[in-house]
Design a protein around this ligand. Structure first.
Ligand code: GLP
Length: 244
């Protein structure tokens, strides 16, 4: 779906999320959201916070699972996705803290595999993800599933691609400070979400968006796996659509 600008696109995404939260609340059920950090989802979170403040949208029945986190990363580190989510969403709404899940960037290497198994278990126990929000970077990664990630991959530790580390360098004041690893939900984990909304805005996303939508399914561009999901939509603005 191509929108004139990122604001109208983000508003449509927030409206879909809010509508599911309200429907589930009216049935006395929970709503499970898969969330992402980065610049792309910020206006979705701004709009959800506005709906909470002005329209009484409650998140009391919402459970969230974030896609990824750098490893190592302290929760209060400037580049931490925990911090990002708190600042942009969680601290402004009525989420129950126990319903928030974000991969733990403080784990020692030998603890990660067990954590990842438990993360998968918690997603399953919550009933699976209803709506997964995604961004995309110029390698075509989703979460931190870098080129070469398998369609069946699960939540795991991954070594970051050099392109990803280069793009993150300014946030970390130099590439030497960018963590070499991360924890990410797998492609297989993402593909089990019942609905997937990938957000991409601006001209700099145009070529990877065109490759992902119009090229073949290819593990070297992990986002192309989304072509195999029948409820996945790309929510893009005219800039990101300019190479289609
Ligand atoms: C990082 C994250 C991804 C995110 C991507 C795009 O690599 N791990 O999950 O989608 O950045 O970020 P942005 O939305 O800022 O372009």
């Amino acid at each position: 779906r191509i929108f004139a600008d990122s604001k109208s696109a983000s508003s449509a995404v927030a409206t879909e999320i809010a509508s599911l939260i309200r429907t589930r609340a009216s049935q006395g059920k929970t709503c499970v959201l898969g969330l992402v950090a980065g610049s792309s989802p910020i206006d979705v979170y701004v709009e959800l916070v506005r709906m909470h403040r002005e329209e009484g949208l409650s998140f009391a029945n919402v459970t969230t699972f974030n896609l990824d986190e750098y490893l190592p990363m302290e929760p209060d580190g400037p580049q931490s996705y925990v911090r990002f989510m708190n600042e942009n969403l969680f601290s402004h709404i009525d989420m129950r803290p126990e319903n928030i899940h974000i991969p733990d960037g403080t784990l020692a290497t030998e603890q990660v595999a067990d954590f990842c198994r438990r993360y998968e278990g918690m997603i399953a126990e919550a009933g699976g993800i209803d709506i997964q929000v995604l961004g995309i970077n110029r390698t075509g990664h989703i979460g931190f599933n870098e080129p070469g990630s398998d369609l069946r991959s699960r939540t795991r530790m991954i070594t970051l691609d050099n392109v990803t580390r280069t793009d993150a360098a300014s946030d970390f004041f130099g590439i030497e400070n960018v963590p070499r690893r991360a924890i990410t939900m797998g492609v297989g984990t993402i593909m089990e979400a019942r609905r997937i909304l990938l957000l991409a805005f601006g001209d700099n996303k145009a070529s990877i968006v065109a490759r992902t939508i119009e090229g073949g399914v290819d593990p070297s561009v992990p986002a192309t796996f989304l072509q195999l999901h029948d409820q996945a939509e790309f929510i893009i603005d005219s800039g990101a659509a300019s190479a289609l």
